[in-house]
Design a protein around this ligand. Sequence first.
Ligand code: GLU
Length: 339
Amino acid sequence: MYIIPMQNMEYQGRFAPSPTGLLHVGNARTALIAWCAARHCGGIFIVRGEDLDKPRVVPGMMEAQMNDLKWLGLDWDAGPDIGGVHGPYLQSLRHQHYQAALDQLHRQEMLFPCTRSRKDLRGLASEPNRATIVCPQSLRPTHDVSPQWYTEANRGVTIRLKVPDQRIEFLDRVFGPQKELLAVEVGDFALRRKDGIYAYQLAVAVDDLFMNITEVVRGKDLLDSTARQLFLMDLLGGTRPSYAHVPLVLNPNGEKLSKRDASLSLAALRESGVAPERLVGYLAWSLGLLPDKVSLSARELIQHFDWNAVKKHRSDWILPGNFLRSLVSDVTLSHCTAT
Ligand code: GLU
């Protein structure tokens, strides 16, 4: 087994942004929860840059995101800028780990080559409009694939995982018990894309295992990736982390925040003179961690952190129309002093 065994069970959390655009208010809320959860119990906090999808990575964005996190008041014990024991903390520098995992899965006879395009699969799907395109077991090669396929597999071939009829179950700290029949919900999912890029599911499962992450805190939009990652972790061997998926922030029209909402990026807020303490207080209030929209630092928030409050506020949060105005307005918010 190539995984470094866990030395102790000290809490290790992480925030793992993809440097494909500026962090927005929703990312800030997720990062704040992940950081508070780690700091609240005296744990370790890691930042990992998920920059595998090179065509989507924006040069300089990782540095910009880390600056935004620092502006918000967060700090980390290991990350792309400072290194750490399980570094490097940029996925683009970790190919050997993903390849080692793929090699192990190949030895376990869990992989097969696939030349079908997404379009082919969508055409074959019983529900072609679903966001996740299911690759059914019936598409595995029926003829003998040359034993060299794996070493010869290069561009043009997707490497897929043979997913058995197995139900994956886990308890999400916020959304409760979850179960997924992988073969039906996602099928034989890809671990390396046709363009040679390791898939998100593989990279995240390998990194969370290798970096000894004890709890993954991330946006609710990734809840349905967790079963795939757990299945991979079980195959690779090692201790599963626990999971806490947190509600999303929606724009005033009720849509998921995207890079198009440039005015809701942390950089834009900072440039318009918003104080980080005001944003932290507002976000903490939105999560039920504070009764009022007071102004306080991320560090001051640690003592108020409570998973039960987050659990009670687990509906997505629609930003009020006056959100930006209330952040920059002259109305003085009361200052919350540490007790
Ligand atoms: N890199 C992903 C994102 O920026 C997050 C992945 C994760 O937290 O597992 O959405």
